[in-house]
Design a protein around this ligand. Structure first.
Ligand code: NAP
Length: 247
């Protein structure tokens, strides 16, 4: 796997699965633009960690759910790096509740970041990829986008939406040599899942055929493959990374 002279944009790249993806790509030579929305010091720490691989790394404050702001940031990345070869749509949030208690704002916020954010980033990088006649787009769905989950109607809908978006854009860009794929992680140990009650964690773990919780690196390895030259003939695909949880 060699990403030398390639530039990857990783949304939500300052921690969790996004940081693991950024590291894996940087380890293999990619220049990295990470987009973050939270604590600036977290972004700076990530930048410092990634800089150790010796490639160019920049961080940009960007709420991906904001159409205009995300365009500004994509344009700035293209100016700073000379173009984008790899787009990783990883930013995501949860607001879990049964529909009975779910507010409109809970639904809109999750769709806004997870699904519209993915659309925004694809929309703003689309011409860049068409001009390059090549590239990779990988978005982070979830197994709940495939099988649903009680208490996650908003999140599951956003992740199922990412699959439809991925397959449609894959069809649009295949003739230009751009592949568009998604990964569907199962239960991965990050801040997003750390907040779950211990009892829920144990129950989920017991249901995983592989008998362990996934790591961000498990996901990053599959994403890196999808970004590689070796995956040139894989497009419109959704790969579960779940230790068999959704078999
Ligand atoms: P995490 O640790 O909570 O990280 C979420 C990331 O998304 C953070 O980097 C955060 O940025 C970023 N983010 C949130 N809102 C954003 C916004 N409006 N604009 C830009 N960035 C934003 O979660 P994770 O577990 O690594 O999850 C990464 C992705 O994998 C998500 O899409 C999640 O849905 C998906 N996923 C996770 C699991 C799991 O079990 N963990 C399973 C299936 C799918 P800041 O750091 O700047 O706040």
């Amino acid at each position: 796997m060699n990403f030398e002279n390639k530039t990857a944009v990783v949304t939500g790249g300052s921690r969790g699965i996004g940081l693991a993806i950024a590291k894996k790509l940087a380890q293999n030579g990619a220049n990295i633009a990470i987009l973050y929305v939270g604590d600036e010091s977290e972004g700076l720490n990530a930048k410092q960690e990634l800089s150790e691989y010796g490639t160019k790394v920049e961080q940009y404050f960007c709420d991906v759910s904001d159409f205009d702001k995300s365009k500004e940031v994509v344009d700035k990345v293209i100016e700073d790096f000379g173009g984008i070869d790899i787009l990783i749509n990883n930013a995501g949030i949860t607001r879990d509740k049964l529909v009975l208690k779910m507010e409109e704002a809970d639904f809109d916020a999750v769709i806004g970041v997870n699904l519209k954010g993915t659309f925004n980033m694809i929309k703003h990088t689309y011409k860049n990829f068409m001009k390059k006649r090549g590239g990779r787009i990988v978005s982070t769905s979830s197994i709940v986008g495939l099988i649903g989950n009680s208490g996650q109607a908003n999140y599951s809908a956003s992740k199922a939406g990412i699959i439809g978006l991925t397959k449609s854009v894959a069809r649009e860009l295949a003739g230009r040599g751009v592949t568009v794929n998604a990964v569907a992680p199962g239960y991965i140990g990050t801040e997003m899942t750390n907040v779950l009650p211990e009892k829920v964690k144990e129950t989920m773990k017991a249901q995983i055929p592989a008998k362990r919780i996934g790591t961000p690196e498990d996901v990053a390895n599959v994403v890196a493959f999808l970004c590689s030259d070796e995956a040139a003939y894989v497009t419109g695909e959704v790969i579960r990374v779940d230790g068999g949880l959704a078999i």
